[in-house]
Design a binder for this molecule. Structure first.
Ligand code: ACO
Length: 320
């Protein structure tokens, strides 16, 4: 699998920490020292599916292709107003990719989802089932939080990151893990009422809830374990990896992992200070930024690592 082109799209409205203090009892000092976040982009007038499609269009252009070259669209998304049809199907329509020979589907593995989806893309490409996959991770996390809860609403931003994948060298190594811990991070939407449902159910709406300290601990422990194991299983050493792109959830988590591996700062890319936590979009948006800044060259080894609700983790090593 080869990354033929990358793209991203961000909402136009930037919200600083100071601006948030107009809505909840918070301040720049608390947010930046605890998380590293200074500002984030939040959807205002944009249509979410159009943002996802724009990231996809930019990836197609960067790959030197046209929409008709795409023969599979896979989107990763935790939540948007359309439960069905899939985001991938909506994107297909916006990009004008005619059917019926371009299947579409959505995936959801929370904030680690970019890596889960990338593994599926690798399988489809390497078995010859698809030639050019448009893979988009798009999230509007700011619509999953309660904007009166300062513990959660200050952490997130909205974004879409995309790539076009084609034939190349198979993924060098991956490690996907899942441990059932549904109360650590969750968000519940109500379904429609029926005249038959009588049990207590859990159908009540609940904006995003998270046990931040537990997430922090698990993220650092699992990332250290998974990064080391994945590098070893590829027959490499940490020094062989040119670029570490970790889920942008908290700068302190990234710093802890960096210190553990004892590698130069410039190998650990981050944009959390400008983007906030954009869930599964965080890594592909970051990749697109460093590619466009000319920091990545063909042949470089990329390591991706993410974690999220479940509790799920994903780590992958890919040659750019
Ligand atoms: N502004 C000011 N004060 C705040 C805010 C805020 N926005 N939010 C909470 N506080 C207060 C709390 O009320 C508490 O006050 P108290 O001591 O008087 O009770 C105090 O700050 C400490 O709160 P904690 O929740 O214990 O703060 P902590 O140091 O754990 O930081 C954080 C919270 C940033 C969420 C941290 O736990 C963390 O980074 N966790 C891991 C990442 C994470 O959970 N990301 C969320 C998404 S999950 C994902 O991406 C997969």
């Amino acid at each position: 699998m080869k990354i033929l082109g990358t793209g991203s799209a961000l909402p136009k409205h930037t919200v600083t920490n100071d601006m948030l203090s107009e809505y909840v009892d918070t301040n720049d000092e608390w947010i930046s020292t605890r998380t590293g976040i200074k500002s984030r982009q939040i959807i205002t007038t944009e249509r979410f599916e159009e943002l996802a499609a724009l990231a996809g269009q930019r990836a197609i252009e960067a790959a030197g292709l046209v929409p008709e070259d795409i023969d599979f669209i896979i989107c990763h998304n935790v939540c948007n107003v359309y439960v069905t049809p899939s985001l991938a199907s909506l994107v297909q329509g916006i990009l004008g990719i005619k059917g019926p020979n371009c299947p579409t589907m959505d995936l959801n593995s929370a904030c680690a989802g970019f890596i889960y989806g990338l593994d599926i893309c690798d399988a489809f490409i390497e078995t010859g089932r698809a030639k050019h996959i448009l893979y988009i991770c798009a999230e509007e996390v700011t619509r999953m939080v309660d904007w009166t809860q300062r513990e959660t609403c200050v952490l997130f931003g909205d974004a879409a990151g995309a790539m076009v994948l084609g034939k190349g060298e198979p993924m060098l190594a991956r490690r996907l893990t899942s441990t059932p811990m549904p109360d650590v991070i969750y968000y519940r939407l109500p379904c429609e009422a029926t005249p038959f449902e009588t049990g207590p159910g859990i159908d009540t709406h609940m904006p995003m809830q998270l046990k931040g300290r537990e997430v922090f601990r698990m993220a650092v422990t699992s990332a250290q374990r998974d990064i080391t194991d994945t590098i070893k299983s590829a027959g490499l050493t940490p020094d062989d990896i040119d670029h570490y792109l970790l889920h942008q959830a908290n700068m302190r988590i990234i710093d802890a992992i960096k210190q553990n591996l004892d590698l130069p700062d410039e190998r650990f890319h981050h944009n959390i200070e400008r983007r906030g936590n954009t869930s599964s979009a965080s890594i592909p948006v970051l990749l697109d930024e460093i590619v466009r800044e000319g920091k990545v060259k063909r042949g470089d080894l990329l390591l991706f690592n993410g974690f999220g609700a479940g509790f799920v983790t994903g780590t992958a090593i890919v040659r750019y």
